[in-house]
Design a protein around this ligand. Structure first.
Ligand code: SAM
Length: 209
C-alpha cells in the first residue's frame, strides 16, 4: 500500500474483477455523469498527456490507438493540437456510446487484459490514460502496446501511483528498458486528480524494433 493510501480515495479503487469494473463504468456513463465528475474533480490526465504527446510528435496524421478511451476525453484534447486519427478501445460499451460522433475512426469493445485483436506494427502511437489503475488493466498490456506499435512509434500512459509497485509496473518498465524494447522520453509524477490527492506516473516512450 502506498504511504498516501490512495486506494481509499475514490470508490472505484475498491473494485476487483473486470466484470465489476465494467458494470461500474456502464452506470457511471448514465446522464454523462462520468464526464461531469471528471470536470468537477479537475481530472487533468487527458490534458497533461496530450500536451506531452504533442511536444514529441511532429506529424499530425499519425494513427493513434486510444487504449481505455472511455468517453473520448483524450481524443478531444489531442484534436486541439491537430491530431485526428483515433482508434478507441474500451471495456464499457456505455462509455463508448458517449464518445462524440465522428471523433474516432473506430471504437471497439475490448478487454485490454487479453491479447489485442490488432496486427503487429499497425499504429504509430498508443495512448493509455487513466486505465492503469486499481482493478483495471495489468502491466502485461504494455507488451501488447509495443507489439501493435511501429518502430519509432510512441507509447504514452499514466499509472496510478497507488498501484505502480503493487501491480508490478515498476518491474515491467524496468524489464522493457533492460531489453531495449523502448526508450524513455519522459517519466514523471503528474497532477492527474490532484483535487483528490491522487497522482499518477506519466510515461512517454519510443518503441525500438
Ligand atoms: C478512468 S477511465 C479513463 C478513460 C479515458 N482514457 C479518460 O482519460 O477519460 C478508465 C477506463 O478504463 C476502462 N477499462 C477498465 N478496465 C478495462 C479493461 N480490462 N479493458 C479495457 N478497458 C478497461 C474503463 O471502462 C474506463 O473507460
Amino acid at each position: 500500500m502506498s504511504q498516501k493510501d490512495v486506494g481509499n480515495k475514490i470508490p472505484i479503487y475498491k473494485l476487483k474483477t473486470t466484470n465489476e469494473v465494467m458494470k461500474y463504468y456502464d452506470e457511471w456513463g448514465i446522464k454523462n455523469k462520468y464526464d461531469q465528475d471528471m470536470e468537477e474533480w479537475n481530472y487533468t490526465g487527458p490534458k497533461e498527456s496530450s500536451q506531452i504527446f504533442n511536444e514529441y510528435c511532429d506529424k499530425k496524421d499519425v494513427k493513434i490507438y486510444d487504449a481505455g478511451c472511455g468517453t473520448g476525453l483524450v481524443g478531444v484534447e489531442l484534436k486541439k493540437y491537430g491530431f485526428s486519427k483515433f482508434y478507441g478501445a474500451d471495456l464499457s460499451q456505455k462509455l463508448l456510446d458517449l464518445v462524440p460522433k465522428k471523433l474516432y475512426a473506430s471504437l471497439k469493445k475490448v478487454d485490454l487484459n487479453k491479447a489485442i485483436d490488432e496486427k503487429d506494427n499497425s499504429f504509430d502511437a498508443v495512448i493509455c490514460i487513466g486505465t492503469f489503475t486499481f482493478g483495471h488493466v495489468k502491466p502485461h498490456a504494455l507488451d501488447e502496446f509495443i507489439r501493435i506499435t511501429k518502430n519509432d512509434g510512441l507509447i504514452c500512459f499514466t499509472i496510478n501511483e497507488g498501484i505502480y509497485e503493487e501491480y508490478g509496473f515498476d518491474k515491467k518498465i524496468e524489464q522493457l528498458n533492460n531489453n531495449k524494447f523502448w526508450k524513455k522520453i519522459e517519466f514523471f509524477k503528474s497532477d492527474y486528480i490532484a483535487s483528490k490527492d491522487v497522482n499518477a506516473w506519466l510515461g512517454l516512450y519510443k518503441v525500438v524494433k
